[in-house]
Design a protein around this ligand. Structure first.
Ligand code: SF4
Length: 363
């Protein structure tokens, strides 16, 4: 198939769901890792096409959602320093810290700007030599190569006024953590195709083997997702637990070697805190010694840690698949996309926003 509409073909969808019904003999619980997949599932009603015995849990694969309140507080502290020009992707501006968000900081006078690429922040630093320009670097393996490129460019330009507040996270340690939880219900994963397009899928092989879970690399169109579910179920029914690439039109086993090399040149794995999960070893990216001068935490005073789970929001439980968004008492009442209480309602990839937009929230 080459064209988008072919991946939404109703007859093919019917055939795949019929194959699913023939294959399933008992209950199974799968998790789609990526927030983009969650939105596709809700948008096209794919969960309603599945046999009743199949449960889909929504995973922590939304970079905005997993950034903890503590990181937001660090961002707010830096953005509030006089003279700082703080650059961020737009979704991050409404994510609550423990007291306020970046939009409120901007209203109070902070110079917070939305950028579409870390290279925009480098350009701003070059154009404003008298200002400290800080880029809030969030995201998974998908956005890390662009951040690495920005660091390399800042080094080449010898910029002294550019730095990063790093909140990049890596997917495989999060999957390990979910599987290690005593109440884990996940029996198979749909892995996010765009992450694997960068990093490849070999890193998932030890996870599949150790925890005996099938992991199927999956795209984002309806047939991609249903095919991923079918492949997971076939493995589960056969007692297999392998990494399978169902997104071969985009993903190679070793990913994109140039992007991987760039990440390795600039970053090293470091511990990182995740909303809802806590600190996971080797789950974030920190700057290598050669680039450590671009670390904003070395230039600015960073407040002591805050409790990432304060308040009424249950984003953490949503991210871990413990509750569905609609089980949160504030869903659609106190918490809506216009007045979000938590990150999973703020983000365009958040599970709460997906349910509100495509299911119960919209009249
Ligand atoms: S509905 Fe709102 S308050 Fe409830 S978990 Fe989602 S973001 Fe948090």
């Amino acid at each position: 198939m080459k064209h988008l509409d072919e991946f939404r073909d109703a007859e093919l969808v019917r055939r795949v769901t019929a194959a699913l019904r023939r294959t399933v003999t008992r209950p199974w619980t799968l998790m789609e890792v990526c927030g983009g997949q969650t939105h596709a599932i809700l948008r096209f009603g794919l969960d309603r096409l599945l046999p009743d015995t199949l449960t889909l849990l929504h995973g922590p694969g939304c970079p905005v959602c997993v950034t903890p309140a503590e990181a937001m507080d660090h961002a707010l502290a830096i953005a509030s320093v006089p003279g700082v020009l703080f650059c961020s992707f737009g979704d991050m501006l409404r994510v609550p810290g423990s007291r306020m968000n970046l939009l409120a900081a901007r209203a109070a006078g902070a110079d917070v700007r939305v950028v579409y690429s870390p290279l925009d922040a480098v350009r701003l630093a070059a154009a404003n030599p008298g200002r400290e320009v800080v880029f809030f670097a969030v995201g998974f393996e998908t956005t890390a190569p662009a951040t690495a490129l920005a660091v390399r460019q800042a080094a080449a330009l010898d910029l002294r006024n550019f730095s990063l507040l790093l909140a990049h996270v890596l997917v495989p340690p999060a999957l390990e953590s979910l599987l290690a939880a005593p109440d884990c219900r996940i029996q198979a994963f749909l892995a996010a195709g765009h992450v694997c397009a960068v990093m490849g899928h070999r890193a998932y092989e030890p996870i599949a083997a150790t925890h005996r879970v099938p992991i199927v690399v999956t795209g984002f169109e309806p047939l991609d997702i249903l095919d991923g579910v079918l492949r997971c179920v076939r493995q589960l029914e056969a007692g297999r637990a392998e990494v399978e690439n169902a997104y071969r039109r985009v993903v190679r086993p070793d990913g994109n070697p140039s992007a991987v090399d760039l990440i390795k040149e600039v970053f090293i794995p470091v511990p990182r805190s995740w909303r809802g999960i806590g600190v996971l070893p080797h789950s974030g990216l920190g700057l290598r010694e050669a680039y450590a001068r671009f670390d904003a935490t070395h230039r600015f005073e960073i407040p002591a840690g805050t409790d990432p789970e304060t308040g009424d929001c249950r984003s953490g439980d949503v991210l871990l698949g413990r509750i569905r968004p609609t089980e949160c008492p504030h869903f659609g009442t106190r918490c809506t996309p216009d007045r979000p209480l938590g990150a999973t309602m703020v983000s365009t990839e958040g599970a709460c926003a997906a349910y509100f937009r495509y299911r119960e929230g919209v009249a």
